[in-house]
Write a protein that binds this ligand. Structure first.
Ligand SMILES: [Zn+2]
Length: 136
């Protein structure tokens, strides 16, 4: 995979995954503001990392989250404060682990790569433990 510094930023449409139409009432102004903030921080991270990644899971309305195997009932995906990025080669996870100061600067928290094989989970709120890198 090549490094593309000018990769296009992730867009809200990528984050909503079409669910903003079927679950419009659930997508409040607050959630929309959260989604914008999540993408703002994650796009800055990807730019700094020089990596391009697709969203594998963005916003999860309640019914969808309940159907995701292993998804936490209080998942930050419900409130548009978390995103999963495809990361098959693990390079983004590895970059994050090697650049925790950048995560701190951008106020992002990472689910431990051991728990996310093939993807990278980032969120804009600290987990209960407060750890920058956490186990779910
Ligand atoms: Zn996730």
């Amino acid at each position: 995979m090549s490094v593309r510094k000018s990769a296009p930023p992730l867009k809200l449409a990528d984050y909503y995954m079409g669910r903003d139409r079927l679950h419009r009432r659930e997508l409040t102004r607050e959630l929309r503001a959260n989604a914008r903030e999540t993408l703002r921080r994650v796009n800055r991270l990807l730019r700094k990392a020089g990596l391009s990644r697709r969203i594998s899971s963005g916003w999860r309305p309640a019914a969808i989250n309940a159907a995701v195997p292993g998804a936490a009932p209080g998942s930050k995906h419900l409130s548009c404060q978390a995103v999963d990025l495809e990361d098959r080669d693990g390079r983004l996870d590895a970059w994050c682990m090697a650049n925790l100061a950048v995560l701190e600067e951008l106020q992002l928290w990472l689910e431990h790569p051991d728990a996310t094989p093939g993807w990278c989970h980032l969120q804009i709120l600290p987990p209960r433990s407060g750890r920058r890198v956490f186990h779910p």
